[in-house]
Design a protein around this ligand. Structure first.
Ligand SMILES: [Zn+2]
Length: 230
């Protein structure tokens, strides 16, 4: 028992140290400290030829903006979808080129994953990538620092809808209503390997949040309106 407690304590310590040094070397956001009723919806892993278009339709319907963390190899296949997202005023963030977890890559491989994705996305949209989300949300001080050197803030989330796990629309809705607050960053996916209920859930989540008085903005706008930004 003592050993387990010690291991848990060591892990917690390691995690805290990692997070603290990551924050020092490169900014990492799980949510943003803000007084206004603002929330950022984020969509990972696309573009997907059908799902991303449908997500765009729902966002258009409610006239809200979101952030798409795009995987380079998918963007190469469907560049016009990335361009359409950007043209509609959504933000495009870097989610690496091949979506390999950073704890399995060398520093050089991680750097190449970041650089290759930014290069492609910037060529497609004409604007620099300002945000980076590591695959699986796995990062350490070194990757946060790499992103920072490439001019990007590392963005995680404080609300995981678990749409990636095939959760029902009702469960996704509950995840959001239980955890969303001012400055929340909510994780959705516009591309999942299995069947997801993201679209049905969005049709519940967006009107609920709007009704609660929240404005749905891009992550960069959320950060720019944080207390820290003054
Ligand atoms: Zn991902």
């Amino acid at each position: 028992m003592k050993r387990i407690v010690f291991l848990l304590f060591s892990f917690a310590l390691l995690f805290n140290v990692t997070t603290a040094s990551a924050a020092r070397e490169g900014t990492v956001f799980r949510r943003v400290d803000c007084e206004e009723k603002l929330i950022a919806l984020t969509f990972d892993d696309g573009p997907h030829p059908e799902k991303t278009e449908k997500v765009l339709e729902v966002l258009d319907h409610y006239d809200v903006k979101a952030t798409f963390f795009v995987v380079g190899q998918n963007a190469e296949r469907y560049p016009e979808i990335v361009q359409r997202c950007a043209e509609k005023g959504h933000e495009i963030g870097n989610h690496t080129f091949t979506h390999r977890y950073f704890n399995r890559l060398s520093a050089l491989e991680a750097e190449n994953e970041i650089k290759k994705d930014s290069k492609l996305l910037e060529a497609l949209t004409g604007v620099p990538c300002r945000l980076f989300r590591p695959p699986g949300g796995i990062f350490d001080s070194a990757s946060a620092s790499l992103a920072s050197k490439a001019g990007m803030k590392t963005v995680i989330w404080n609300v995981d809808t678990k749409d990636w796990a095939g959760e029902s629309a009702d469960n996704i809705f509950k995840n959001v209503t239980k955890n969303a607050c001012n400055g929340s960053i909510i994780l959705f996916h516009d591309y999942t390997g299995n069947k997801s209920h993201t679209l049905e859930a969005l049709r519940l989540v967006i009107p609920y949040l709007l009704n609660e008085g929240y404005s749905l903005v891009t992550v960069s706008e959320l950060i720019s309106r944080s207390n820290a930004a003054g």
